[in-house]
Design a protein around this ligand. Sequence first.
Ligand SMILES: [Zn+2]
Length: 285
Amino acid sequence: MPLVTTKEILTKAVAQNYAVPHINISNLEHFDTILSTAAKLKSPIIVAFTTGLIKYYGDEILEGLCSAASKKYQIPFAVHLDHHKDPKDIFTRIKKNKYITSVMIDASLVDFEKNVAITKDVVEFCSKKGISVEAELGAIQGTEDDHSSADAFYTDPNLAIEFIKQTKIDALAISIGTVHGCVTKLAPSLDLKRLEQLRKTTTIPLVLHGCSGLNDEQIKTVVSKGIAKINIATEFKVVFHDGLVKYLHEHPTETDSRLFFGAANKNVKNLLESKIKLFNSENKG
Ligand SMILES: [Zn+2]
């Protein structure tokens, strides 16, 4: 099916109170496993490319993947550029890859006025092409792929209202205590009151990044309180790595990469199935 925007996917998620998984793609194997698993459970899905992934494979390979997947899988899915900091990068990528339906401009580390100005530029460009724009207000701590931030600044609900009004973005990434790159399951303390206030005072879909470190109860709580898009990257990298290491440890002379990648992908598939059920996005595609 033709790809859809995250705006379309998330509007439905907000209305029906479930969350859509946003998975950062690490490699080519990973891409197809994510899509085929979502298709099996009929869940909408957002596959995300970071600048690091694009640098690694190049635009042509990634466009080819998106094109093939749009023919093969009959579920609503969006191809999203994650944590792009330079609007020029976004504009170049969109010109090169006609399958991109969604972008995130992350100007969260500059001051409010500059964040508004940069984000507005991206919205102006993307809205003409029917591409959704997510932006971040506040800053999420931690490291994820080629993106890192040392300090966390929680999202101010009053500024969020102003930010959305001025920029006309389609979705807002908020900072309420999650950490990028965290899989310790130490249950980061979440500012749920802030989330409730943000949900009450804004109308667009709210996005939570850095969710690898949240336990199942926390995920259920943030979904029930209105988070419509949940970004997960690190947890998928960890299970892929663990599957690969275990298989090669048990079969040290195996040279058929389809077998050891197959074992790694099985972990990815199982993890995504559990997330789709937890987010309640099964059969919503
Ligand atoms: Zn993120």
